[in-house]
Design a protein around this ligand. Structure first.
Ligand SMILES: Cc1ncc(COP(=O)(O)O)c(C=O)c1O
Length: 483
């Protein structure tokens, strides 16, 4: 850093370098910059050189100074939630690298603690953090030391045991702990499945509309994603099998189809399992929010059926606890466990030992069930509140249909109200400008003509839901176009 490039003063070079880092997001909006003395030292420049660069960045609005509290990257530089940021020109990537980079355009999981009605966000305000910390402190010191070393890539044995027992009680899935592979959420599960069971160019059936995170994991591995429509009974497997006879795998959300919300009928489940047997194909069951069924009877997982020998069950703690935990799992046919564990080891060795140990205790001591039961009471109340708040804000014109499942509601446009391929997107942009995240159904569609808007409610208290509904009020007329 101390050397100068021909004719460009060092302070100017430094200013440009910092500005570039802010523009690229390497220095994140709102983040605190180090104190100038230490910062100058680490950059190998004099403090005056740095102060000159900082003063210029401040004058141009890149940096804000707070008296007595240092300097911050301007928060106003944050991209608006939901707005797609174009990729800068890519350096030379491999074909596979290019495929992975391009998933950015199709799926950008919102990183900010987003606005209501963002979908998929569980309640995090009343999570039992103190209990979690207490369980961590209670780990025996010898066990702590053991957990501080390299661990089994398949997962911490007590956690695998606890998951196997939990699945039997909560989802009707009978499996042995030796079939459970702990992974970093269902996203990693999908990535591992694509790497180990598919070759580039292989065809995979996905639900349309469906979850872009699934498609991104597949596309990133060079797999061909084949969209299959979803009707009131779930994925139309007969149509998919006829149109794409070479498909080697299907990914489904049978308990609560994402994002439409239907539950796959028993007849359709059996048809799907028959297809897998007949074709030697795999079925991936993504049971992302299967625990959130609010009616008196809870439907068990597809994997609980006796014919489910070719199903890989993917579970996650992202909804039932919180997504920042990054813990999930796959239930695999026993012979697949070792190859999957090897892939996990190659990728990132294993999940953090401490979190796995605390989660194992959290499940085994009954806290998971207690937390789940609290959420099963809370979410239907929030859902009811959302429906009422929107009905009031729209003076009775918008009546969302309630659902006995999940963490979000869908308001779908009838065929008569559909005009263009993305005619739900415009209103979503207007809602975003009003401070409300109203995800359009078209963002989840590939070939599907279905359009509408999704309302996540689980992660917002009643006051937040009311405020968001009121902010939407001037736009609600557009939502209630003839169906
Ligand atoms: C359909 C679906 N599957 C899986 C997930 C969870 O992903 P992860 O376990 O990687 O957090 C989500 C989260 O929004 C989802 O909507």
């Amino acid at each position: 850093m101390a050397s100068t490039r021909a004719n460009v003063p060092l302070r100017l070079q430094l200013y440009r370098q910092l500005r570039g880092a802010i523009e690229a997001g390497t220095l994140a909006p709102g983040s605190r910059l180090p104190p100038t003395r230490e910062h100058a030292l680490s950059l190998g420049v004099s403090r005056n050189t740095l102060l000159w660069a900082m003063a210029r960045l401040q004058a141009e609005g890149y940096v804000t100074a707070r008296v007595g509290d240092g300097s911050y990257v301007a928060a106003a530089l944050a991209p608006q939630a939901g707005v797609r940021v174009p990729l800068p020109p890519l350096p030379q990537l491999s074909r596979r690298g290019q495929a992975i980079a391009e998933t950015h355009a199709r799926w950008q999981p919102p990183l900010v603690a987003a606005l209501p009605f963002r979908i998929g966000a569980p309640e995090v305000a009343s999570f039992p953090y103190a209990l979690w910390d207490r369980l961590a402190r209670q780990i025996d010191p010898r066990e702590r030391q053991r957990l501080a070393q390299y661990l089994d890539p398949a997962g911490h044995a007590p956690l695998r045991e606890a998951v196997a027992q939990w699945l039997w009680v909560a989802r009707g899935v009978r499996c042995d702990a030796g079939q459970v592979l702990v992974c970093s959420g269902s996203q990693q599960a999908l990535d591992l499945i694509a790497r180990l069971l598919l070759d580039p160019g292989d065809e995979v059936l996905v639900e349309d509309p469906g979850y872009p995170g699934i498609r991104a994991a597949l596309l990133g591995q060079g797999v061909q994603v084949r969209p299959v429509p979803v009707d009131d009974e779930g994925l139309c497997i007969a149509a998919g099998a006829e149109r794409w006879p070479a498909a080697r795998l299907a990914v489904v959300t049978p308990t609560h189809q994402f994002p439409v919300g239907v539950c796959m009928s028993l007849a359709r489940r059996r048809e799907l399992l028959d297809w897998a047997e007949r074709c030697g194909a795999w079925v991936v069951e993504d049971d992302y929010d299967g625990e959130f069924q609010y009616g008196p009877h809870r439907l068990e997982a597809l994997t609980s059926l006796p014919q489910a020998g070719r199903v890989l069950y993917v579970g996650t703690f992202s909804k039932i606890l919180h997504p920042g935990l990054r813990l999930g799992f796959i239930v695999l046919p026993a012979p697949l466990l070792r190859p999957f564990a090897a892939a996990r080891a190659v990728c990132d060795r294993h999940a953090p030992g401490d979190s796995q140990a605390v989660l194992a205790r959290f499940i085994a001591d009954g806290h998971l069930l207690r937390h789940l039961n609290r959420m099963r009471e809370l979410y239907p109340r929030r859902q009811q509140h959302l429906i009422q708040a929107l009905a009031e804000a729209s003076e009775g014109r918008l009546q969302l249909a309630p659902s006995a499942q999940g963490l979000h509601l869908l308001h779908e446009l009838g065929p008569a109200a559909r005009r263009g391929p993305q005619d739900d997107e415009r209103l979503s942009q207007q809602a975003l400008a009003a401070g409300v995240m109203l995800t359009p159904l078209s963002r989840y569609a590939l070939a599907s003509p279905r359009r509408g808007w999704l309302f996540g409610y689980a992660g917002y208290d009643e006051a937040e839901l009311t405020r968001a509904a009121q902010r939407l009020a001037p736009l609600l007329g557009q939502l209630t176009a003839p169906r």
